[in-house]
Design a protein around this ligand. Structure first.
Ligand SMILES: Cc1cc2nc3c(=O)[nH]c(=O)nc-3n(C[C@H](O)[C@H](O)[C@H](O)COP(=O)(O)O)c2cc1C
Length: 178
């Protein structure tokens, strides 16, 4: 069988830089679509597959969404910072409001997954969860636990196999220009 190489390095340096300021993690469950800001996570490689790992606390609506539907997209703004949108998506919950409508964001169908991407962003990752792991409190140093997990609201790590990765202005992620 011919091994399929999935491109996943699109503008990686810029993406890494922006991720620390924020990117949009979008999820879908039935008709409901939600997006939340993430800053923790990144691209890794396991089982010969490129993965985008995201860290989602139990308290997030996004956690509930991911538990019900194992796909997500990550949309990264590069040409404009989208500070206001990232702040909003990073403080409001999809449990209380439709953040995408509130922010007048536009969705676009993905190529490989049923969760859409956010059109206003520049680089997109389409992912299918192939592994998840709740943080094991006993494995976290007390110093970090005291700083980040006083309320026991731990992160769950979702490993999303990157099935497509492209620029907003690209039509086909399977091109040879990656
Ligand atoms: C810059 C920024 C980065 C964030 N990164 C994360 C993250 O990596 N993981 C996480 O669980 N929450 C993170 N948050 C918090 C969530 O985005 C926030 O709680 C959001 O309201 C959750 O939305 P939801 O309930 O619709 O899922 C971040 C917030 C901001 C502003």
């Amino acid at each position: 069988m011919k091994k399929q190489v999935v491109p996943y390095k699109k503008r990686m340096d810029e993406v890494f830089e922006q991720l620390q300021k924020g990117a949009f993690l979008t999820t879908k469950n039935g008709d409901k679509i939600n997006t939340m800001t993430i800053a923790w996570g990144g691209i890794s490689f396991v089982w010969y597959k490129p993965v985008f790992i995201v860290y989602v606390r139990y308290s997030r609506d996004t956690y509930q969404m991911l538990e019900k539907h194992d796909e997500f997209t990550v949309s990264v703004p590069l040409s404009s910072e989208m500070k206001k949108e990232l702040a909003y998506a990073g403080t409001k919950s999809g449990r209380d409001t439709d953040k995408i409508a509130d922010l007048h964001l536009h969705l676009k169908d993905s190529q490989k997954v049923s969760v859409p991407i956010i059109k206003e962003c520049d680089v997109h990752y389409e992912c299918k969860v192939i592994y998840k792991q709740a943080m094991e409190p006993g494995n976290i140093p007390d110093e970090i636990k005291n700083q980040y997990y006083n309320t026991h609201d731990y992160h769950v790590m979702y490993y999303g196999e990157i099935l497509a990765n492209y620029d907003s202005n690209e039509e086909d992620s399977n091109g040879t220009n990656h």
